[in-house]
Design a protein around this ligand. Sequence first.
Ligand code: TEU
Length: 593
Amino acid sequence: MSGVAKPLDRQWWKESVVYQVYPSSFLDTDGDGIGNINGITSKLDYLKELGVDILWLTPIYESPQMDMGYDIANYKAIHPPYGTMEDVERLISELKSRDMKLVMDLVVNHTSHKHAWFLDSSSSKQSPKRSWYIWRPARYDEDGTRHPPNNWACILDEANSAWTWDPETEEYFLSLFTPYQPDLNWENPDVREAVYDILRFWIDKGTAGFRMDVINLISKDQSFADAEVADVSRPYQDGRKFYANGPKLLDYLQEMKREVLSKQDLITVGEMPFLDDEDKILEIVKANEGPLNMIFTFELMALDEIPGKGKFSFRNWAVSDMSAIIQKMSRVVANGGWSSLYLENHDQIRSVSRFCDDSDEHRVAGSKLLCIMQTTLTGTLYVYQGEELGMRNVPLSWDPEEYKDIESVSYWKYLRSKYPTGSEELRKAKELHNRKARDNGRTPVQWDDSPNAGFCAADVKPWMRVNDDYPTVNAKAQLASGRATPASDSVSPYRFWQRALQVRKAHVDLLYGGFEIIGDTDPNVFAYKRTGGGQVSVTILNFSGEEAEFHLAEGLKVDNWVLGSYDTSSAEKPKEGVIKLRPWEGLLGVGRE
Ligand code: TEU
């Protein structure tokens, strides 16, 4: 069938399981309430045991931390609270000794406003580094009021401009994310060469690959024209049409491939928001021809958003929408590309809260259902810290002042200025703010039930508040919940993930096999089969809090139910015909056609 990749397409970076660590919130071993590199190194066995092959570190470089390290002041130095370069070298060698690899975060669409390049660039219009960033003169009204060069809104603060005024040299610089993250000018070949130098530096250190931050924003439409006014109530508009997937994107990435990436066997993943077009995706990830191995797309992350209303909106999503997105990505793979799989990262809310039900009653079944889905789809799998524990969003009862993310803080400030204290509008907006804030995914990892969840010492204040549920949701309890044996489903989310990853590695058809949606009678059930090597794997997922039924088509017969999200043994399920599903029940069966 068309979806079956040839054995030739097998690659280590397709079969590896990547685990994303958000260093600030992983583990603090030096008593400052901020996670550190040595804390990560101390947990490598925990990750190895889970089934992780590659560690992706969110930025650990020197940074004023205006956007949690995505504002880099020095690409070749480590943020001191995280540790030293020697600590990183030790981490790399400890990874190697466990046959694991390291992926670094490459943030080169922009730097920090404190990077030496920008300090130089902003020092004078004559600076040799002036053209390393994007400077433009102001526009003026008839009455002399100064305005930014165009109407683009800032990505992390939509109420404000994407341009920042520099009073010293009296020009604006482009700063798409925040005023502290000036965009680099990729039109300048010196900038590109400086980026390749950073890549080489980290490859020499032993890095196995890169996750490239918003890498599809590096080529801007040089007209810098005003965006269409889609929302008259807003002073600034969405300019993605001009700054995302720009005219030279492929040229730049191909050059990077030619100059650096192609010289080693690396894993490369480009983070690409605002890119849904299948053909354009394929151009980037097509085997051999495309510049990158794979990309992160955002469509699943926007399922629960009202189109055009921004991330702090909410709608109930349909399984059919999810299915359409997953089918699209599997077509990209069937057509010779590759894809990534993720449901969480440091910018996203917790998956069990987003896609399932994070109540005490359903959290465990829901997180196992999502685990079954992710471990039975094609694509390189990315697991985010705490996802293996079924960690959930922060409670609505928290004061928004607890949130640390610059996006959440700016948005809360905006809401406070817009709606009167105590008003119904503010109450509703606060709910959405809580539901979507990136802080939900950034709370410290819950290691045990001691004060501060074992993330830092009991007498230390963690940089960010620990989720209140740590006495019940924590790694220590989950590790104790029984080993991952095929005989029992009665395991914690961690043990379940461990087992599911073993199953994925043992069934190569789950990674490379054909993909086909099966049965569509119940709108809440998402089911598909994977075929290859004479075997068929059947995944059935009940995305609802109601019971459901699924009809296995005639001729499709399960020999064994190998994963199930409920405690009672999944072996009890019938092997053909009608299968009754409990709320949030997910199943993986292996059989024949
Ligand atoms: O994120 C890029 C991005 O466009 C989104 O994930 C964005 O953060 C989100 O939609 C806003 O709610 C990357 C990083 O992952 C993120 O942490 C940084 O803030 C951003 O780039 C700037 O470097």
